[in-house]
Structure formats: structure tokens, C-alpha cells
Design a protein around this ligand. Structure first.
Ligand SMILES: [Fe+2]
Ligand SMILES: [Fe+2]
Length: 326
């Protein structure tokens, strides 16, 4: 008995497994305890029976916690909780408010994006993410108010994966309103959008837009290389769709040929990638430069005139108006 107890305390980490905080969303009560790890110890943080919506969720997000831990014995209840929660959120006939459904759906995609970006050579996670984004794309197309509700959720912690979800939502919406819907693999565009910044390190981005000294020159070079580096991380994986690779490598290009890393011309780019590049430029201002949708749109429309197709910008403006964001 004593022996067993000793073993237990000496190998306590093995009793816990990590989960993504983004997967804890909505009014469904969690059937497990969740812990945070502080100095090698697991401390109870959320109790069985807690739920994550509204202000409580915002508070949790501002903690910038990406992972929590659950007891290994709770893996099955956790998986059941996830499935139940996402199925209820996608249920069109659900009595739940669209804002609450959107929170769950957004968090679910964000958790998947984080999981894949951490392990980009894992084919199983890729395939799982791809089929899940297909359901997500159908939801966005079928329930535009759901898309609007997702965009209402502020990216309080400058999360790259949250930015990825927003770029996916806006790309699908713009493609849908600009007659690119038919025959185009919109779910692959959404998947590429979700993980487009796989190699982005925000510290380089912030340094590169700050005062230009030697330090920021170096940071700028690294920043401008994130699309190429991102694609390198997928090298050797034959299962990744070409559209996804194109989005990762070309999302910082523009139609004037002044983008990076290659300064591609419009004719060299896939039309869907141009959509992603346009909405990425917009959401980056929101996510990482704390602009309001109105300011971000003005910046894109006036300061960066000619970089993106006018039709896309107009479609974006109309959407933002419909969503009551500007
Ligand atoms: Fe980027
Ligand atoms: Fe981005």
C-alpha cells in the first residue's frame, strides 16, 4: 500500500494529460476537474460542473493559458464532453443562442488549429482537421449569422490560432459573395486560412513594425520569411493539400507585386489565395494591432490602396456592415 502511494507521488505527471483551453467553451458543464501546472505541481483550476461562457470565458482567455491538465482517468468523459458540446453547437434547431453556439464552434476550430500547428507532420491530425473544417465551412455558408457571431468574439489574447479562425470565416464569406463559390474547394481555402501563420512569431512582427534599428532589421527579415519557413515545416508530408501549401507560402503577397516573400504578381496567384491575402491583411490589424474594424478597413482601403482587389474590399465592407461591425 505504502509502496503504491510512493510510486504515485514520484510519477505524478503521468497521471495527467494536457487538454486545450480553447476546447472548453459553452454552457455544458464539464464532467471532470481541470488543473494548471505550476512548478511541476498540478493545481485544481476548474471544477467538475463548471462551464465556460460569457464573462467567465473572457476572464479565462485573458489568462493566456493554452493548456490545462485533466486526470488520465477523465480522458473518456473529456472526449464525450467535446463531442456533445460541438454537436449541440452545430445543431441548427438548437434552442441555444447563436452567440453561445459560435463560442463553442470558434473554440473547437481554434483548438484544432493549435493542435495541428504543433504537430504538422501528423497525418491523422491533418485529416481530422480537414474533415472538421468541412463541417465548419458548411455551417458558415448555411448560417451567416453564425459567421457574424464568431467575428464578434474579440481576440483578447492576440492568439494566432484565433486569427486563423477569423481569416477562415472571412475568406469563406468573401468567396461566397464574389461568385467564387462554384467548383472551388472552399473548405481547403478555410483549412489553409486556419493554419496560414504556422510559423509566425509575433515578437518578430512587433519588432519589425517598431522603430527601425539593426535589431528590427533582423526581426523584419525573420518576419518576412515566415511564409517560407511555414511551408518548410510541412515539407516531406505528402498528405497536405496543395491549396493549403499555397496559402501558407503566399498569404502575405498582394496583387501589386509588393508583398513577400516573393513579390508575386496577381496572375501567379490562385484567386482563392488572393481572397485569403486580402482578409488576412484586415484581420491582422484587428488581432495584432488592436484596431477597430472601422479603423482596419480604412487603413486597408486608403493607406494600402491597390494592394488588394477592389471587389474583395467592397465585399468585405458589405459583410462588415451586415455584421454591424462598421
Ligand atoms: Fe502571416
Ligand atoms: Fe495572418
Amino acid at each position: 500500500m505504502h509502496m503504491a502511494n510512493n510510486e504515485k507521488t514520484s510519477d505524478v505527471a503521468a497521471e495527467y494529460t494536457a487538454i486545450r483551453v480553447a476546447s472548453l467553451r459553452g454552457d455544458l458543464k464539464i464532467p471532470f476537474d481541470a488543473f494548471v501546472r505550476v512548478a511541476g505541481k498540478h493545481i485544481l483550476y476548474c471544477r467538475q460542473g463548471d462551464s465556460f461562457e460569457g464573462k467567465r470565458l473572457t476572464r479565462l482567455k485573458t489568462k493566456k493559458l493554452k493548456k490545462m491538465y485533466i486526470r488520465r482517468d477523465d480522458v473518456v468523459p473529456y472526449t464525450q464532453y467535446l463531442e456533445e458540446s460541438i454537436d449541440a453547437a452545430y445543431d441548427r434547431n438548437s434552442k441555444k443562442a447563436i452567440g453561445l453556439r459560435a463560442e463553442v464552434i470558434q473554440g473547437f476550430q481554434q483548438a484544432l488549429a493549435e493542435k495541428y500547428m504543433e504537430d504538422p507532420l501528423d497525418e491523422f491530425i491533418y485529416t481530422h482537421t480537414r474533415s472538421s473544417i468541412q463541417r465548419f465551412t458548411e455551417f458558415l455558408q448555411g448560417e451567416p449569422e453564425g459567421a457574424a457571431a464568431i467575428l464578434q468574439l474579440t481576440n483578447v489574447d492576440q492568439s494566432i490560432s484565433h486569427h486563423g479562425v477569423n481569416v477562415a470565416v472571412l475568406s469563406v464569406a468573401v468567396a461566397q459573395t464574389t461568385d467564387m463559390r462554384d467548383g472551388n474547394p472552399l473548405h481547403l481555402m478555410a483549412l489553409g486560412s486556419l493554419i496560414h501563420d504556422i510559423d509566425l512569431d509575433l515578437s518578430h512582427f512587433y519588432e519589425s513594425i517598431a522603430a527601425s534599428d539593426t535589431m528590427s532589421d533582423e526581426a523584419r527579415a525573420i518576419y518576412r520569411n515566415h511564409p517560407t519557413q511555414g511551408a518548410h515545416r510541412l515539407q516531406g508530408s505528402k498528405f497536405v493539400d496543395q491549396m493549403v501549401i499555397n496559402i501558407i507560402t503566399q498569404h502575405e503577397e498582394n496583387i501589386k507585386g509588393t508583398g513577400f516573400p516573393k513579390g508575386l504578381q496577381e496572375r501567379e496567384m490562385d484567386p482563392l489565395v488572393i481572397v485569403v491575402a486580402t482578409v488576412n491583411a484586415f484581420d491582422r490589424l484587428l488581432a495584432f494591432e488592436q484596431m477597430s474594424p472601422k479603423e482596419a478597413f480604412k487603413t486597408l482601403f486608403f493607406d494600402k490602396v491597390g494592394l488588394y482587389p477592389l471587389g474583395h474590399l467592397q465585399a468585405l465592407q458589405n459583410l462588415l456592415k451586415t455584421y454591424k461591425m462598421v
